[in-house]
Design a protein around this ligand. Structure first.
Ligand code: SF4
Length: 599
């Protein structure tokens, strides 16, 4: 089928063997690729209730049909598995440059099961796989690992013009439940612990390269589409804002809205916002806009600290979510220090959102005398020590490495810990942005901000943040459109530019499929149903869609706002209805069999 190789690769890392799986057109038409295809493969191949660290859990690297084409925002890949952090469906996406190389290997998805006896790194190229010992890489940080694997490919594979490398750091090796998989130094498949699954399989890195091209249905149409989009979007205000300030521009916006989570979710505004916002970043660091491949927006900030104890530190970031996690929740008051903690997380290979949340919880535990660990708000070096302890699973770091549910239970803080399904929220307080409460509650991977990016319409005034009635239907439409983004695997920040019509044109040019909004929504709904079915087979119950009690009981001091239980109940009820689910949130049937669609 146009836009695909029609092939997935299944690797058994226990036996160092592999086999291609032919993907029928029919399944690709229904699932489109990316998230749709990977969820289908997980449902087919992962036994229910499998141990996330066991040999039966598959980890799937997938691209969408647009990867390898000239479509803007298309150099992006997804990683899918059962999460060790939540025990539920795991999806995590990353940009950079690796996706085009994944697409050049000749596979639409690379799925790995088994557990290796010894550390390995994999080389996936031109329809085949080589297994290499990773004894020399085990223990190294992500940057050194990427450098060494790329150097090996350069020295030993002169025919490889380019190479994409994904890897884990020490946190992944030690199965820290929120370990990430990094590529291009600073790009991460960052949430739900995909790096820990890779570490449990003893896979330190994977290099992707090749020259397998996918055919597109109408190359001229795709070229024309991309050219005119770049021309027309040049003066788009959103594009200009992301290019000028990157995601840190959200610090002032969210803080002004009173929704900037501060002091471990006790406040909605920070008193030191001027030290951590986009202006501070651009003043105190030398900043160059930085782009993933195939991107004209360039939201990335390649920042070098100008002075102080971190002078010369170079990092792509910090992104808004990292600033909120360390600057808001842990009250770190300088952007340079946040860059330092960001760099540490990148090197160890751990998710900054969860890291900041766990540091905040630990600070509260220490202040309340529940643990004997010296740490407090604003103390950068204590937080850095904690991050190292978590990565190495030392002392209390071992409890935290198992995730927030585990640590909160151990410290008798379940009523204070902020998470949904074991995943901590991003930096948008649902007591102000009520639609984000629905997003955190219903996202298959836990308290996720990205499946519908509903902070965008709520912060920009497209919809009243206080509105409850009728909101779930609007939310479902945003979620459906962005589910198509995840099936094609497109960058979220093209969301204003790729409305339904543009997605239809893109799909026609790349795959030849002629789909209107209704048909795309039907595909998206089926993908969402699939993720729900995955979670149901893992034991999801209706209570798992609820928010932590503090959001209902503890008002934000600046605004007096909470989200009431009745409001959340109504949002959920309307959402289940919009999805066609029953009152418990179950899709019509538990698990359809598509076996006949997969050879
Ligand atoms: S907008 Fe940012 S995240 Fe998206 S493709 Fe461009 S640089 Fe990458």
């Amino acid at each position: 089928m146009f836009g695909f190789h029609n092939t997935a690769l299944r690797i058994n890392v226990s036996q160092k063997s592999f086999e291609p799986l032919i993907l029928k057109d029919e399944i690709l038409r229904r699932k489109l690729g990316g998230k749709g295809l990977a969820t289908h493969l997980l449902l087919e191949h992962n036994p229910p209730k499998t141990d996330p660290f066991g040999p039966d859990n598959h980890i799937i690297f997938a691209t969408g049909p647009v990867a390898g084409t000239s479509v803007w925002g298309s150099c992006r890949h997804g990683v899918f598995t059962k999460s060790p952090q939540t025990g539920f469906f795991s999806e995590s996406y990353s940009g950079g440059k690796a996706a085009d190389q994944m697409a050049s290997t000749g596979f639409d998805a690379v799925m790995i099961h088994g557990v290796s006896d010894d550390p390995v790194w994999l080389e996936v190229f031109n329809g085949t796989v080589h297994f290499h010992s990773a004894d020399n890489l085990w223990g190294l940080d992500t940057f050194k690992t990427e450098d060494l694997v790329k150097e090996w490919i350069k020295q030993n594979r002169p025919e490889a013009k380019k190479c994409g490398v994904v890897c884990i750091g020490p946190a992944g090796e030690n199965r820290v439940s929120f370990a990430v998989i990094e590529n291009d130094y600073w790009r991460s498949a960052g949430r739900t612990g995909v790096g820990a699954v890779m570490g449990a399989k003893k896979i330190k890195a994977i290099a992707f390269w090749g020259n397998r091209q996918k055919e597109t249905a109408a190359p001229d149409l795709v070229q024309k589409f991309s050219k005119s989009l770049a021309r027309e979007a040049k003066n788009n205000p959103g594009v200009k804002a992301y290019r000028a300030k990157g995601t840190p521009m959200l610090v002032d916006i969210v803080n002004d809205a009173g929704a900037f989570p501060t002091r471990y979710w006790k406040k909605g505004q920070s008193s030191h916002i001027d030290g951590i916002n986009a202006a501070a970043l651009h003043e105190r660091c030398s900043v160059i806009p930085h782009s993933c491949a195939k991107c004209f927006i360039g939201c990335g900030r390649l920042a070098t600290v100008k002075s102080g104890r971190h002078k010369g530190l170079r990092i792509e970031g910090p992104e808004y979510e990292t600033i909120y996690a360390f600057g808001g929740l842990c009250e770190i008051s300088s952007i340079e220090e946040i860059a330092y903690l960001n760099d540490l997380c990148d090197r160890l290979g751990m998710d900054t959102i969860t890291a900041g949340n766990l540091a905040g919880l630990t600070i509260e535990a220490s202040r309340q005398g529940r643990i004997d660990y010296a740490i407090d708000y604003g103390q950068v070096d204590s937080i850095a020590r904690l991050l190292n302890d978590i990565s190495a699973r030392q002392g209390i770091g071992d409890s935290l490495a198992n995730g927030i549910k585990f640590a909160a239970a151990e410290w008798n803080m379940e009523d204070q810990a902020i998470h949904v399904k074991g995943l901590e929220p991003a930096g948008y307080d649902p007591r102000i942005l009520k639609g984000m409460g629905l997003a955190y509650g219903t996202s298959a991977r836990g308290a996720c901000h990205l499946r519908a990016t509903f902070y965008k319409p709520e912060l920009s005034g497209l919809i009243d943040p206080e509105q409850i009635e009728g909101k779930a239907a609007v939310f479902a439409e945003w979620e459906d459109r962005l589910t198509i983004f995840d099936a094609l695997i497109l960058c979220r920040f093209y969301r204003d530019l790729y409305q339904w019509d543009e997605l239809a044109e893109m799909l026609k040019g790349v795959t030849g499929l002629e789909l209107d909004q209704e048909s795309m929504r039907a595909i998206a709904a089926e993908i969402t149903d699939d993720t729900r079915r995955f979670n149901l087979q893992e034991g999801l119950v209706p209570g798992d869609d609820l928010l932590p009690p503090r959001f209902h009981e503890e008002a934000l001091p600046e605004t007096g706002k909470i989200i009431t239980r009745d409001q959340m109940d109504q949002l959920l009820k309307e959402y289940y209805k919009a999805r066609g689910w029953n009152e418990s949130g179950n899709p019509a049937c538990q698990k359809p069999s598509f076996s006949n669609l997969l050879l």
